[in-house]
Design a protein around this ligand. Structure first.
Ligand code: GLA
Length: 398
């Protein structure tokens, strides 16, 4: 059943703690709109969204904020406060910025509104946020969703949140050029305080599952490695999955995606042709089943069993799907035998970014201190750590 909760175009109700960041104040005028859209974590279900499978993400307490102020001409003056960069163009000349990536997340969304028939005029926009960039926390999806919500408000388009999610994803696919699935934008837009979202990426049916792991916190350990390979390899993985589906379809036409495939089909129709494609597909089919098992564990409050599934996911992502990197593998292996860590795995697209860890609250400080030293010694890199809180999704702040 479709979850009918809050699909209203203004987003989640802003919780009392969500304030307009002080750095945006100089850019706010009488007729400005300000939107907030968070980053996301994903407990389990990685690289399953574009295979029509399931995911279990949540929005977090780090977000992107945008202020948009209409102009009387067609000019677009965009500013990243944090990067201290500006970019100008006009609303009828939406071309990809050649040297800076952040304007593309704004321009891509404007283009989607234009394609939907909304006449976008000029505006001034200023962007800020506290989501670490390149950490696999979907700062780009957060920017897209914030822009989509703000434009929707400014132009009174009346699009609901589903439409805004799809429009933001399309901006990433068509303008930015990453063939991402729907998870990041969905989690950013639909997040709910202290709940994870169990999303069926085929039907877009979803439930909010309370995240109440007594005494356990979500700790993100950031490799500090940027996923530069991320987008090209991401698109390659997507193609490999499609190839596997095409091979199965020759024998079983009802299989439309890896969501419909079974391990037996892979053994019969993919393995004999290509080992690499087989491994990619095997990971995805296993991950879908793993997520369903993990959701049962969550409902039963069996956190150790849930955590064990997370370690299995990491193993699959590292060995079969091959989207990990030495730094991520190190961080997961390092905590694996620590009794205070119930589950850990790499999170997001891969090739850098964070691991997500379920850690007993009282052990967090020591774990961060001790892992930082070990990480520095093994990888000669500085570890960053964040304890993520689960928060509401995108909203209009003013
Ligand atoms: C990136 C993409 C998502 C999803 C994850 C992997 O974050 O944007 O759509 O595919 O990778 O699960």
């Amino acid at each position: 059943m479709m979850n009918k909760e809050a699909v209203d175009a203004r987003g989640s109700a802003p919780a009392p703690g969500y304030k307009v960041p002080a750095s945006l104040s100089p850019f706010i005028k009488e007729n400005s709109v300000v939107a907030r859209s968070p980053g996301r974590i994903n407990l389990i279900g990685e690289h399953t969204d574009y295979n029509n499978g399931f995911v279990l993400p949540a929005a977090i307490d780090k977000a992107a904020y945008i202020v948009i102020t209409p102009r009387h001409d067609k000019e677009l003056h965009l500013r990243s406060i944090d990067l201290q960069e500006t970019y100008s163009t006009t609303a009828d000349k939406l071309e990809k910025s050649p040297d800076m990536s952040w304007p593309n997340y704004i321009l891509g969304v404007i283009e989607q509104f234009a394609l939907a028939g909304i006449a976008i005029n000029g505006f001034d926009a200023a962007l800020t946020g506290d989501i670490p960039i390149g950490a696999g926390l979907s700062s780009s999806a957060a920017v897209e969703c914030a822009v989509a919500l703000a434009i929707n408000e400014l132009y009174a388009c009346g699009f609901d949140k589903f439409t805004l999610v799809k429009l933001s994803q399309k901006a990433e696919n068509d303008f930015v050029g990453v063939q991402c699935g729907i998870m990041d934008q969905f989690a950013s837009m639909f997040g709910k305080h202290n709940h994870v979202i169990r999303l069926d990426c085929r039907s877009l049916d979803f439930d909010y599952v309370p995240f109440n792991m007594e005494g356990i916190k979500i700790l993100l350990l950031d490799t500090n490695v940027k996923h530069s390979l991320g987008s090209s390899e991401y698109n390659v993985r997507r193609k490999q999955c499609e190839t596997g589906v095409a091979w199965i379809q020759r024998h079983v036409p009802s299989v439309k995606s890896l969501r419909d495939a079974t391990p037996e089909m892979l053994d019969k129709y993919v393995l004999p042709d290509d080992m690499l494609i087989y491994q990619r597909c095997k990971y995805v089919v296993e991950e879908n089943n793993r997520l369903l098992a993990a959701c049962k564990h969550l409902e039963q409050g069996n956190i150790p069993a849930f955590g064990a599934r997370m370690f299995e996911t990491h193993h699959g992502l590292s060995k079969l799907y091959e989207v990990s990197c030495p730094e991520l593998d190190f961080l997961v292996t390092h905590v694996q035998d620590n009794p205070a860590v119930l589950g850990a795995r790499m999170m997001g697209g891969g090739f850098g970014g964070c691991t997500i860890n379920l850690v007993k609250e009282e052990a967090i400080d020591e774990l961060i201190a001790e892992t930082s030293i070990a990480y520095k010694k093994a990888m000669n890199k500085v570890l960053r750590a964040h304890v993520a809180k689960i928060e509401n999704g995108s909203c209009i702040l003013r």
